[in-house]
Write a protein that binds this ligand. Structure first.
Ligand code: C2E
Ligand code: MG
Ligand code: MG
Length: 358
């Protein structure tokens, strides 16, 4: 705080992101403040016996030259921050002309914010069915963006970007809220429905995640055990210690936890054994290849055995035909999800699909 003046503000935006509001400053004075902060980070942090090297990516945007309103000011400083992270060349001033990618980034970010405000996001559900008897129905929540011009946009077109910019945290909360609302809806009572929600690295590294989810459970009056949280191996391996701490909290809260796209990441089995995980989800690339590629079939079979030996249930995603479904059943796979059973469906269509099953 030695670098700041009276009336300036520091705020935590979430996770490891902070914003500084410097009043009565110009770009060069702000740059000087950023350089002093960067300098302060050069000193390693003593942490008991250990020393930890720290660094920070910093971006600066000025009002009114770079942005007319608060939202744009924040997103422009974010754009500058990502440029700083990429260039590894110290704090960056926002400059739309220098960085053509930033204009795109910015407009997509503005559009995504609008998507949430204008309720353009849609909750789709894809059923996960039990293969070995068992009752109750599970479904995975998958986001879609009903864009006013571009139509229905698939997650692959905006999730990676949302992850990069940290916006995915808001998106996750939106999805979780929509799923919780559905679980509280009279139409789903008695179905024994459990909904899986996908989490990203950014969610997992947000120390407030479990409290935020907990508050939504209370607001909608639903149980944590009605949810499964899907996390990819790579999200865990980005920062294994922090991820492990958050996973432990979520598990204690009563959430079921699943490792998504299993087999495509680099998590070690030793690690997996320690995590409070309930389910492995075999990546669809192996499942889809089962019929034609013996290696894929072997991977699927071994993963099912591995999961069971570790006391976990196992789900196969990407089940596209009856032959694969029957083969998975014979291999003692617990659950299946895929186009053969149903595509991801809007809520009403999902409820209609369920009504037809019985
Ligand atoms: P995922 O979590 O592995 O979700 C499974 C994906 O496989 C979905 O794609 C689903 O539509 C697709 N799929 C299901 N059955 C089949 C099948 O039989 N054949 C084939 N070829 N594909 C099948 P989708 O909905 O496009 O989502 C893609 C990815 O986007 C998801 O992969 C997930 O990583 C991410 N995603 C989707 N919604 C969310 C969300 O709300 N939050 C976050 N963080 N990520 C999400
Ligand atoms: Mg998933
Ligand atoms: Mg998956």
């Amino acid at each position: 705080q030695q670098v700041m003046a009276h009336g300036d503000m520091v705020a935590r935006l979430g996770g490891n992101e902070f914003a500084l509001l410097l009043r009565r400053t110009d770009a060069s004075a702000a740059l000087e403040v950023a350089r002093r902060i960067a300098h302060a980070f050069e000193e390693p942090l003593a942490f008991g016996e250990q020393t930890v090297d720290l660094s920070a990516g910093m971006g600066i945007a000025c009002w009114p030259t770079d942005a007319a309103d608060v939202d744009t000011l924040l997103s422009h400083s974010e754009v500058a921050m990502y440029a700083a992270k990429r260039r590894l060349d110290g704090p960056q001033l926002y400059d739309a002309a220098l960085d053509s990618a930033s204009a795109q980034t910015l407009s997509l970010l503005t559009e995504l914010r609008r998507a949430v405000e204008q309720n353009e996001l849609r909750l789709y559900l894809q059923p996960k069915v039990a293969l070995q008897g068992g009752h109750g129905l599970a479904a995975e929540a998958l986001v879609r963006w009903q864009h006013p011009q571009r139509g229905l946009v698939p997650p692959a077109d905006f999730i990676p970007f949302a992850e990069q910019t940290g916006f995915v945290r808001q998106l996750t909360l939106w999805m979780f809220d929509a799923a919780a609302r559905l679980l509280a809806d009279a139409r789903t009572q008695g179905m024994g429905l459990r909904i899986s929600v996908n989490l990203s690295t950014r969610d997992l590294l947000d120390p407030a995640l479990s409290n935020r989810l907990g508050a939504m459970l209370v607001r909608h009056g639903v149980q944590a055990s009605a949810f499964c949280l899907e996390i990819t191996e790579s999200a865990i391996m980005d920062d294994p210690q922090r991820a492990e701490a958050m996973l432990n909290r979520l598990s204690q809260q009563g959430f079921k936890l699943s490792i998504d796209d299993f087999g495509t990441g680099y998590s070690s089995l030793g690690y997996l054994k320690r995590l409070p995980v309930d389910e492995l989800k075999i990546d669809k690339s192996f499942v889809m290849g089962m019929q034609t590629d013996e290696n894929d079939a072997t991977i699927v079979r071994s993963t099912i055995d591995l999961a069971h030996n570790l006391g976990l249930t196992v789900v196969a995603e990407g089940v596209e035909n009856a032959a694969i479904l029957e083969r998975l059943r014979a291999l003692a796979c617990d659950e299946a999800q895929g186009y053969h059973i149903a595509r991801p469906l809007p809520v009403d269509a999902f409820l209609a699909w369920h009504a037809q099953q019985t």
